[in-house]
Design a protein around this ligand. Sequence first.
Ligand SMILES: [Zn+2]
Ligand SMILES: [Zn+2]
Length: 298
Amino acid sequence: MARGFGLLGDEWSLFLLRLMLQGLTRYSEFRAALPISHAVLTARLDTLARAQLVDKRVYQQHPVRSEYVLTERGRSTWPILVSIWGWERAQVTHHAYATPPLHHKTCGHDFLPVLTCSHCHATTGPRDLKSAWGPSGGWRESVPETTTRRRSDSRRTAVEHSFYPDTMAVFGNRWSSALVGAAFLGVRRFTDFQTLLAVPPGLLSDRLSSLCAHGILEQVQRAPRPDWAEYRLTAKGLAFFPVIATAIAWSERWLGSERGPAVSIVHRACGSAFHGVLACDQCGAVLNGVDIQIGPED
Ligand SMILES: [Zn+2]
Ligand SMILES: [Zn+2]
């Protein structure tokens, strides 16, 4: 689960996945669509290929031509991306970079995705679910490992995270994504975050402040001591849940452990194991990746 979140912590990778879902395959097309340097583009395409999200196909002709094509693993990230764009469009008011409108070809309307239960089809939020760690999950396992040196370089991270600062406030830092995950599992107290995730207090305080500054968490009440403080998800934070749910589902499918799921989630209303599927808020139909048109920018 944590490994899947790590892949989402890079804006260029999110942009590249989006362009590939829109049908672009060529290096030159990515360069034309994004303000990205050769070095960064090459590095990101390599990372996506190593993570088996993208298949690089080289055609031996003159000149040599290569294409980057999404694998099934890469293509199946669409619910996560659609959830991110939906959240950005609905919840984030000041955009440095426009998120694309999502168009549902089936009903002909621009839509926002809604998370529903695959079993009973009800719209489902975090409070409708009962979550517990599964056989391969746990607090410590929920903190992504540092995957690159880049991530620990705060100066460069600050520059790179300029397109979707709110999404990156969660996914751009391994501790932040673990903290938001813990908040969804009901953790509130500073000392509980600190103990359960084994996060150093200075770092924890820093990450919690950043999540509050982005309106994802809020401090419940002023505590006489900082370590007594409690934090809870705001409405905007709660609305991020479909992103987390689709990211967990994708990770379990592609990076899951043989020991079983990292989290077990039950839909209280119908009593089944929860499998979230996205539906169109306009027509109510379950969304399918091929029925979604992304953009153009508005
Ligand atoms: Zn259900
Ligand atoms: Zn629709």
